[in-house]
Design a protein around this ligand. Sequence first.
Ligand SMILES: Nc1ncnc2c1ncn2[C@@H]1O[C@H](COP(=O)(O)OS(=O)(=O)O)[C@@H](OP(=O)(O)O)[C@H]1O
Ligand SMILES: Nc1ncnc2c1ncn2[C@@H]1O[C@H](COP(=O)(O)OP(=O)(O)O)[C@@H](O)[C@H]1O
Length: 208
Amino acid sequence: MSTLNNSTNIFWQECPVGKVERQKLLNQKGCVVWITGLSGSGKSTLACSVSRELHSKGKLSYILDGDNLRHGLNKDLGFKAEDRAENIRRVGEVAKLFSDAGLICIASLISPYRKDRDACRAMLPDASFIEVFMNMPLELCESRDAKGLYKLARAGKIKGFTGIDDPYERPLNCEIEIEQKDGVCPKPAAMAGQVVSYLEEKGFLQVE
Ligand SMILES: Nc1ncnc2c1ncn2[C@@H]1O[C@H](COP(=O)(O)OS(=O)(=O)O)[C@@H](OP(=O)(O)O)[C@H]1O
Ligand SMILES: Nc1ncnc2c1ncn2[C@@H]1O[C@H](COP(=O)(O)OP(=O)(O)O)[C@@H](O)[C@H]1O
């Protein structure tokens, strides 16, 4: 029987060093911090700030940024729903590997569909998928328009832009929500503090 076109006759190879041993080495627990939200909501800013804060505490993290991964791993994908689903699935699988390696993996993607995010959650061991919702109003994201994409979307030059003519499904049960206080967005360090405090409280930054 030909095995050229499918993944049959494959076997799981056990590795000599396990996740628990890697976590001991690093004195931290592997997990995935999954940041979701509109373009311009501050996902990358938060990811960078969390990573920097963790680094200063001697904790190893790695950022998987949607925009960056679309330059390589996901360069064959566009923005229709099935491409976004495949984008999220692949990043979920990569995040799972980083988490298994013992790292705090910070994934920063719009990830607009609840079922795609939930599928990533289901790939990870219990409680190690930490969904962070950048709950920023569209008006704020659009006013920032750091890349000029909202302007192009409003002009009809980009079709299917999230929040304009493509959906964004808000999380129903996220672990962390970042939102404005009295109409003001918290500073990046404060947003990162919220995430790092959560990781500390849940015991991800040390092993017993
Ligand atoms: N149609 C459309 N809709 C949304 N975003 C678009 C689109 N076209 C290009 N971009 C740029 O792609 C970045 C989002 O990539 P993601 O991989 O995070 O998207 S997704 O999770 O698959 O929905 C997004 O980056 P961020 O602004 O950092 O979110 C945009 O720069
Ligand atoms: N907490 C914040 N306070 C002020 N400006 C912010 C904050 N977070 C992000 N920004 C700014 O908003 C713009 C979009 O942020 P970015 O992190 O690129 O968003 P996203 O990754 O969700 O597209 C950037 O110019 C960034 O400097």
